[in-house]
Design a protein around this ligand. Sequence first.
Ligand code: SF4
Ligand code: SF4
Length: 265
Amino acid sequence: MSRREGPIAAQRARNARLADQAAAYAALDAVRDTSGAHDRATGTHTAATPALPVILLPANTRNTEPLPDESRDAFLERLRARLATTFVDAARDDTAPMSGEARAAMEDAAPPQRFGNAPVDDAQTTRDALLGAACATCRGECCTAGGTHAFLRPDSLVRVRAYLSRDGATVDAQQIEAEYARHLPVRHYRGSCVYHTPTGCALPRTLRSNLCNRYLCGGLTQLSRALDASGGDSAYVAAADSVHLRRVARLGPDGARSVARPTGG
Ligand code: SF4
Ligand code: SF4
């Protein structure tokens, strides 16, 4: 085994072990679920639940703390500097032709069909809710990289400025800074993004960075593909740290149900 293969092989072995444990919890839950349905359906035999995908996700295991003043100040100082860059050019006109990337970022932040009169795509809404429930089981491990920048780079701030200036409103850098300051939470996960709280991101989607609005980790991508492949709307997800399973949940159209908390989590 080469030096490079050592840690990779160890990680694969660890993932395989955690995936086996998650599959065992899911199988047990499916049996319980089917037995319960059988007991409830007097005189009627209930068919066994088909096997659902079981997907391993990361797990945020941090505790919360009051948002430190230094983190708040560092975030606002960095934001101020980036807003200065954003305001060098005129505000983008969202009704004018724009690059495909800018258009996609705008739609990711505020899908227009959700706010207009156009019919809502039910299948997409169900999928979004399912992926959101998966992230809630993980509790936002990817957000721990958000620190005091929240990934708010000039491309995101250009979009936010255009959004807040829609309908001809005039918005300056101080107003945008105040908008971000207004959403800073009282408590957040220790050492994580300033906006990372136990109830999710404290920022509305329109104010989040383009990266935050688009990011899917490997596990979430696998979940999405597994649902596409199965054609179903349910799955088991298991959130794990580097050693242990922390939380296992069954996701479906009715929401998430905790199946197990193997190490407390
Ligand atoms: S994208 Fe992945 S890492 Fe981020 S919150 Fe969702 S499941 Fe967790
Ligand atoms: S801004 Fe919100 S979505 Fe983005 S890293 Fe911070 S908590 Fe996560």
